[in-house]
Design a protein. Structure first.
Length: 499
């Protein structure tokens, strides 16, 4: 009897669930609580309000601010054009991207360590706390993770001797697209370089990788150079401190343990040779860059979690193989049982990350309070001006309010927060209002007022107004002020916010 068809069918049956199960598992984790109780925080609010602009308006804005996210904004503009703005359209691309990343991780694990290791790696990815946080984010980091999975799988294909020119073309294109979504994702190149060194790759492979890397970096380099003009955007990132190193140290320790279980040998292509550099090099690279300029935010290197998932999956696969000869039936259930136990153990954290309280604020919640508190003829001011994002995401809630500090709106000015009048005009305009709503941060997250415009706003409110209502909700605060006595001035009244 010919057993070849049976073995072929077995291989097909093994690959199908390997691709489908991690995808559906991660998709389910992403769809679970996707709206986060209908909340949107400040980073997602930037995506929301920019994606609703026309393509021309987006290009105008990118010349002044946020060019590093330009490709992502254009992509989300297309999504909003097709499906309309909403929390589902905002976050679903990230969910789908991370589900695809789980498929690529599983395939890499299967090729290097077997079906069970691949399956475990694909299921692990969606459970990692950092991944669960960004799985439901309306930002580009999950898309970059999917691209990192594609480029790493392409590299593995080449290192296994199955590569052709088309693989290097796809590799260069994928790395370039990821770089245009977030140019710090180019840290995957030194990670792959470490894999080439580890596996003692052939000269032909080195040549292909070098050419593809140069093409990818060349495509992203104009964005890197241009974005340096907008470096003020990341000036809020704090310098490195010792406690910021704890997280990377723990991850590297876990990854190192997984690499040991893989029994790596220099010169051999293995999960350790791929996963450990993918985890460690971006972490260490970003730490090094942050010594020059503070840039260390874990979301910038979210794609490194693919390496951690690979290493954990291999550890489970090793345990399965060890138990197999003694208890073959029990070993078949080891991976799903461990994943189920991990899911239950992480359930409190998973629920917390799907709560609005998991983010620093909620622009929709404070908009609801503004709608409830406003009266006909009221004015509104924002401290800092970036808190105008809540009016841009929920214009209906602010309809009829006069934004007394605003001179040119965000779209007209090609900015994220609009252009405000000089401090003298703000001081002249505010005392003419009967009631003013102040939208700001709650004290726990508010920064000291530093700008002259914001100082002018707070000084006028303190001198000429009294508080009649104050509400704090999900990281934002709206305070209603009424003028004390008759108006002292009749300065410019700003702009009326319309839906």
């Amino acid at each position: 009897m010919n057993s070849a068809p049976i073995r072929a069918n077995s291989r097909l049956l093994g690959k199908a669930p390997l691709r489908l199960v991690p995808f559906l598992w991660t998709l389910a984790l992403g769809l679970w609580g996707l709206s986060r109780q209908h909340s949107v925080w400040r980073d997602e609010a930037a995506t929301w309000q920019v994606a609703r602009r026309s393509t021309g308006d987006i290009w105008q804005m990118l010349a002044q601010v946020d060019v590093v996210h330009g490709l992502y904004y254009l992509l989300m503009h297309a999504v909003f054009e097709c499906f309309g703005p909403g929390t589902t359209a905002l976050r679903l691309p990230s969910v789908l991207a991370m589900a695809l990343a789980a498929v690529f991780v599983a395939e890499i694990g299967r090729r290097l360590a077997g079906i069970r290791a691949g399956l475990a790696a694909g299921l692990t990815l969606g459970l990692l706390p950092a991944v669960q946080f960004h799985l439901q984010e309306g930002r580009p980091y999950a898309l970059v993770a999917a691209g990192a999975g594609i480029s790493t799988l392409l590299l593995v294909t080449v290192l296994q001797g199955r590569g052709r020119a088309v693989h290097w073309i796809a590799y260069a294109g994928t790395v370039a697209v990821c770089g245009l979504l977030n140019w710090l994702s180019l840290l995957i190149l030194p990670a792959h370089l470490a894999t080439l060194v580890w596996t003692r790759a052939r000269r032909r492979t080195w040549t292909g990788w070098a050419v593809a890397s140069v093409l990818a970096v060349g495509a992203v380099l104009p964005l890197i150079l241009f974005s340096r003009r907008q470096s003020e955007q990341v000036s809020w990132i704090p310098p490195l401190t010792w406690h910021m190193l704890i997280g990377p140290a723990v991850l590297l320790a876990i990854g190192g343990l997984g690499a040991l279980l893989d029994r790596p040998h220099t010169g051999r292509l293995s999960v350790a040779a791929v996963g450990l550099p993918l985890l460690a090099v971006p972490q260490l690279g970003l730490l090094g860059l942050s010594l020059v300029r503070p840039l260390f935010l874990d979301r910038y290197i979210l794609f490194s979690m693919l390496g951690l998932a690979l290493l954990i999956g291999t550890a489970l696969g090793t345990a399965t193989r060890a138990a197999g000869p003694r208890r073959p039936r029990a070993s078949a259930w080891l991976v799903p049982v461990v994943v189920a136990v991990a899911f239950v153990a992480l359930l409190p954290q998973s629920l917390a990350k799907r709560s609005p309280d998991s983010r620093v604020d909620d622009v929709l919640a404070v908009a609801t309070e503004v709608r409830r508190l406003k009266e006909t003829g009221d004015a509104v001011v924002f401290v800092p001006a970036a808190r105008r994002d809540t009016a841009l995401v929920s214009p209906d809630a602010f309809a009829g309010l006069r934004d007394v500090a605003l001179v040119r709106g965000p779209v007209a000015s090609g900015t994220l927060k609009g252009e405000e009048a000089d401090p003298a005009r703000i001081r002249a305009a505010m005392p003419a209002q009967r009631r003013i709503l102040l939208v700001t941060d709650v004290p726990e997250v508010a920064r000291a007022v530093t700008g002259e415009r914001d100082k002018a706003k707070t000084a006028v409110l303190k001198r000429h107004f009294t508080v009649v209502a104050d509400v704090q909700v999900r990281g934002r605060r709206v305070t209603v002020y009424e003028r004390i006595g008759p108006p002292e001035n009749t300065g410019p009244a700003g702009s009326t916010i319309a839906p």
